[in-house]
Design a protein around this ligand. Sequence first.
Ligand code: ZN
Ligand code: FE
Length: 258
Amino acid sequence: MQPIPVPAFKDNYIWLAPCGEGDERRVIVVDPGTAAPVLDRLTEQQWEPAAILITHHHHDHVDGVEALRARFPVPVFGPPGTVDRWTGQGGRTLTEGDRLDEFGLRVLATPGHTRDHLSYVGQGVVFCGDTLFAGGCGRLFEGTPEQMYRSLEKLRALPDDTRICCAHEYTLANLRFARQVEPDNDALARRLEETEAMRREGKATVPSRLDLEKQTNPFLRCHEPAVRAAAERFCRRRLNSPDQVFAVIRYWKDIYKQ
Ligand code: ZN
Ligand code: FE
């Protein structure tokens, strides 16, 4: 599957992914926070949506559903509470372990950013919304650090070549923070340089790959001695487990000023 990021608002990406089964023109639309750029791209490519997938209830991920469905009354899939108003028209609410066989995807519950957050995995990609970002992770609006850490560990367990289709272009700011945590990580230094060049040229830095995230994203590296040591220096106490390390660096990032 070769998903395409469609930029929206200031830094959102809405993903369009050909879902195939013989018809190359059918795509799934993930997290349409607004309809206009999606409709433009569909027209441009002569694509037709087959379904809309939602990761979580935030406005920048759902507010385009109504307008998209006015043109293309396709089914909507997503977490309970968020897509209820559209079920009954072919879509349904989803939970961990559910499968969308028609699109070759399965559902992981990835709470932390919000309580209802889902990720969609399959065909070499993951649509992870605001859970895992390139170089970082989502803020904890509703969940606990332990929940988010467990969600990230689920994503970390996917195959190394999984492409990370996240919902925001936050990569550069994330990597600048990551350098504060791991100033001696060479893979991270290289990635930061490459990312700076890409952003100067206005290029999208996504999808990224899970193996690169495992080498450079501090939120997937909480078990690494260097990350733990940095977190301990920051909070000036001993940390006894990776999820405690996670909680500290998530808080550090929240208050970090670029
Ligand atoms: Zn969000
Ligand atoms: Fe968002």
